[in-house]
Design a protein around this ligand. Structure first.
Ligand code: ADE
Length: 237
């Protein structure tokens, strides 16, 4: 899968692309991430990419020209969906990631500080995606979330032990995972649930499903807020 990223801050991606699963996906050639600074397409002699908003509104707006020319150059190789990250977009879900992960190529468009000229959104953007109902300084972090999410879905990227099939949400349902425990069996006086050491696989499976259902119910309702813990002190008094 080829992922082109249009950003004014390509340096934000360097640590991210060099680490963990995403780095492995690149090394295995499951994904190829190509960063383009669309400032380099600006025809302005000072390489300016933004200007005042018509109508006298506060703030600057990213101009259509550099983005359009960058997209024109990228899509000369062939068409690809252009995804723009904005709080106004549809909320990113696992099924959106699965949809795009199956395509050979996507182009990710990151704004920064400010909006894009609406004409680019109307004429060049195929999808608008948001991480959630909050405002970030730009689309770069959202792009990284997207890249991580699609990279781990590519064949051969995760090992069997990391298999994406047991992930939360991976069954297409709106379901969260279940609590996990590892050695030691007893830690700080707290034992792992007895069923997990019973060796009874049917019972363990039933327990995991029941836990996932109950977690999903609590986390998706206001019950979650009433269960928030206050500040934690880790020393014993
Ligand atoms: N850019 C700024 N805020 C964003 C958000 N919440 N989601 C995606 N992209 C963004």
């Amino acid at each position: 899968m080829q992922i082109d990223v249009l950003s004014l801050f390509p340096e934000m991606f360097s640590g991210f692309l060099a680490s963990s699963i995403v780095a492995r996906a690149i090394e295995k050639e499951a994904i190829d991430v190509i960063l383009t600074d669309f400032r380099s397409y600006s025809t302005n002699k000072h390489r300016k990419v933004d200007d005042y908003a018509y109508g006298g509104f506060a703030g600057l707006v990213l101009q259509a020209q550099p983005i359009w020319d960058a997209l024109k150059a990228l899509t000369a190789q062939g068409p690809a969906p252009v995804i723009y990250f904005t709080p106004q977009g549809r909320k990113l879900t696992q099924s959106i990631l699965e949809h795009y992960a199956a395509l050979p190529r996507v182009i990710l468009l990151c704004g920064h500080y400010k909006e894009l000229d609406q004409r680019i959104r109307d004429m060049a953007v195929s999808d608008e995606v948001s991480l959630g109902d909050y405002v970030l300084s730009g689309g770069e972090l959202a792009s990284m979330v997207f890249i991580d999410g699609v990279a781990r879905l590519q064949a051969g990227v995760l090992t069997d032990a990391q298999s994406a099939s047991s992930d939360s949400f991976s069954d297409g349902k709106d379901s969260l995972g279940f609590p996990c425990y590892t050695r030691p069996e007893e830690w700080m006086g707290v034992k792992v649930p007895q069923v997990l050491t019973s060796g009874d696989h049917a019972q363990i499976e039933a327990w995991a499903q029941a836990q996932a259902q109950s977690l999903t119910r609590t986390r998706k309702t206001n019950e979650a807020a009433s269960k928030l813990k206050g500040p934690m002190r880790l020393s014993k008094s």
